[in-house]
Design a protein around this ligand. Structure first.
Ligand SMILES: *[C@@H]1O[C@H](CO)[C@@H](O)[C@H](O)[C@H]1NC(C)=O
Ligand SMILES: *[C@@H]1O[C@H](CO)[C@@H](O)[C@H](O)[C@H]1NC(C)=O
Ligand SMILES: *[C@@H]1O[C@H](CO)[C@@H](O)[C@H](O)[C@H]1NC(C)=O
Ligand SMILES: *[C@@H]1O[C@H](CO)[C@@H](O)[C@H](O)[C@H]1NC(C)=O
Ligand SMILES: *[C@@H]1O[C@H](CO)[C@@H](O)[C@H](O)[C@H]1NC(C)=O
Ligand SMILES: *[C@@H]1O[C@H](CO)[C@@H](O)[C@H](O)[C@H]1NC(C)=O
Ligand SMILES: *[C@@H]1O[C@H](CO)[C@@H](O)[C@H](O)[C@H]1NC(C)=O
Ligand SMILES: *[C@@H]1O[C@H](CO)[C@@H](O)[C@H](O)[C@H]1NC(C)=O
Ligand SMILES: *[C@@H]1O[C@H](CO)[C@@H](O)[C@H](O)[C@H]1NC(C)=O
Ligand SMILES: *[C@@H]1O[C@H](CO)[C@@H](O)[C@H](O)[C@H]1NC(C)=O
Ligand SMILES: [Fe+2]
Length: 463
């Protein structure tokens, strides 16, 4: 059937208009062809192996202590274990320091990892550029990072947010755009390599992912959240230890926040107290995670860290069909605590799309009272889904209709988020769609701090 010119124009006009449903905005942005993205080939430049005998590869760093004066430096060598030492010095110091860490390998089905090194470097000064060298004795490689400013309520600091990245050509675009952003530290909301989509969870794809992210993760800390693609539990091939590749490769500073598991912990960084929760560890009221969170929240001191940020993998407020209502069991257990302790913002991933609900809560429901609709609650955090990193499973394009009233903005495109904390009262959040490059912020708003500036900052009307 041939379409007349006029009806073509009418459709085009319709598509360019923002669709207002019951809730907020469903972006009408029309992406390029919707198809499943493909992983970059093994010999891609994004996975290049650094030259030289036993050259360190997959270099990445994450915060090592509770306040930002330690950094865990991690890397892999393949020819021999090599040295565990990291040599480091600050921009202004006249002296070099040395720290020694640990090295080990792990096996997964018929795969044996390279020699994985983790070294915690400590006693760092705040707000200082450090250089570091790994690969001592063999091929050395040098990198640098900047420590955060000392914890304080008014220090500006910018976090990036990426989730569900994977290792496709689209993932590569997301990472490049993030590198061109102002992000000082990346909040990673889970689902890293997607190696588990390969036969026998081919852990070679964990190695390619490590080499892929090095160009950012060796220079600024990535703060890790565990997703379902990190579980790698597969009894059929004899792999019964959950999170085996992830926990060997990506360490977290959980001991420094008195946590008993690497998957939930907290850090302070500049103006923020960041709590990482584990969607795939027990969270019921008798769980260790519940016990940890209920003792952690009273320790959050908003007169020292003004912003309270929470990371988790599976979102609680999600209006896509993908993983619809999956976050409910955890929401029921924890939501009233988030409201009580005035969480500012909760970032999640899992759903391969972008969504920003307004400040809502749904913690009045008690099974019999029927009060089960999320309602506007200016004491509640804003929930943001950034599961749009670009992995091979493709976008979650199906949305529930009509758009629920709590949902302010949703769009199935790849991209990343940026949270620019300005001071104790204001932070600017933006979502950057890949197709626009990094110049255009597709969704943006000012977030007012719930402790210091608890005014209504909603962008749509919610009953
Ligand atoms: C790193 O060192 C700091 C300072 O000693 C310590 O608080 C922290 O727990 C260490 N982190 C790890 C992961 O060992
Ligand atoms: C080292 O510090 C000086 C001043 O403190 C600064 O001008 C310079 O840019 C810094 N260099 C690096 C590489 O960070
Ligand atoms: C520190 O180590 C680096 C790299 O090995 C070296 O270039 C530099 O000269 C050393 N500085 C001092 C003060 O020893
Ligand atoms: C692991 O086993 C698979 C088939 O089961 C095979 O294709 C692959 O080459 C093996 N890998 C190694 C490192 O032996
Ligand atoms: C590589 O470095 C380690 C540790 O410094 C050293 O023991 C080993 O001899 C080196 N190997 C070669 C071939 O230089
Ligand atoms: C961090 O250091 C820079 C100079 O290198 C300075 O301009 C800035 O004010 C410092 N920030 C904090 C929060 O101390
Ligand atoms: C990935 O992105 C980098 C940086 O933009 C680029 O240099 C490289 O060619 C890209 N690789 C692929 C396979 O797209
Ligand atoms: C549920 O809440 C209603 C009022 O909102 C109250 O009347 C009822 O007793 C509650 N039921 C339970 C089981 O707590
Ligand atoms: C989207 O929903 C429609 C209707 O329920 C279904 O036919 C289709 O398979 C779904 N598409 C995806 C990608 O899930
Ligand atoms: C905080 O930052 C916002 C946005 O830049 C600014 O409008 C406001 O005046 C600042 N507040 C304080 C107390 O500095
Ligand atoms: Fe997921």
């Amino acid at each position: 059937m041939k379409m007349g010119n006029s009806s073509f124009v009418a459709i085009a006009l319709l598509m360019s208009v923002v669709v207002l449903c019951n809730g907020g905005k469903t972006s009408s942005y029309v992406r390029k062809l919707i198809q499943n993205p493909v992983d970059m080939p093994l010999d891609s430049d994004a996975f290049a192996i650094p030259p030289g005998y036993n050259a360190p590869q997959q270099v990445h760093i994450t915060q090592g202590d509770h306040v930002g004066q330690a950094m865990i430096i991690s890397w892999v060598t393949v020819d021999e274990p090599g040295s565990n030492e990291v040599i480091y010095w600050s921009n202004s110091s006249l002296q070099n320091f040395t720290a020694e860490g640990e090295v080990f390998t792990y096996t997964y089905y018929n795969y044996t990892s390279g020699f994985i090194h983790h070294t915690n470097i400590t006693n760092l000064e705040f707000n200082t550029t450090y250089f570091y060298v790994v690969g001592i004795g063999n091929t050395t490689r040098q990198f640098w990072f900047i420590t955060p400013p000392e914890v304080g309520i008014n220090v500006p600091y910018t976090f990036g947010i990426i989730g569900d990245l994977g290792q496709t050509f689209d993932s590569n675009t997301t990472l490049t755009h993030y590198q061109n952003s102002k992000g000082n530290t990346l909040l990673y909301v889970g689902d890293l390599s997607y190696a588990d989509n390969y036969p026998n969870h081919d852990n070679v794809r964990w190695d390619t992912w490590g080499r892929f992210i090095e160009r950012s993760a060796a220079y600024q800390p990535w703060i890790w959240t565990a997703g379902n693609h990190e579980i790698d539990f597969d009894p059929q091939i004899g792999e019964t230890q959950p999170f085996k590749p992830f926990s060997n490769r990506y360490h977290t500073p959980y001991v420094a926040s008195q946590s008993t598991e690497p998957y939930y912990y907290s850090i302070k960084r500049g103006p923020a107290h960041i709590i990482v929760l584990a969607s795939y560890s027990a969270y019921g009221t008798s769980s260790l995670q519940y016990k940890w969170l209920t003792s952690e929240l009273p320790k959050v001191d908003r007169t020292k860290t003004s912003w309270l940020i929470v990371l988790m993998h599976a979102p609680w407020y999600n209006s896509y069909y993908s993983h619809y209502m999956e976050g409910e069991p955890m929401r029921v257990v924890f939501e009233s605590l988030f409201v009580k302790y005035k969480g500012d913002v909760v970032f999640a991933g899992h759903v391969h799309a972008y969504e920003r609900p307004e400040r809502v809560s749904n913690d009045k429901y008690n099974i019999t009272n029927g009060i089960c609709t999320p309602v506007k609650d200016i004491s509640a955090p804003v929930y943001i889904t950034n599961g749009d990193g670009g992995n091979q499973e493709g976008l979650s394009i199906n949305m529930t209709q009509p758009q629920p009233s709590y949902s302010a903005y949703r769009e199935a495109s790849f991209g990343h988020g940026t949270l620019e904390i300005k001071n104790r009262t204001h932070a600017h959040y933006s979502w950057n769609r890949n197709q626009d490059g990094y110049a255009v912020e597709a969704d943006k708003l000012w977030l007012f701090n719930r402790y210091w500036n608890p005014r209504d900052d909603s962008t749509i009307h919610i009953p």
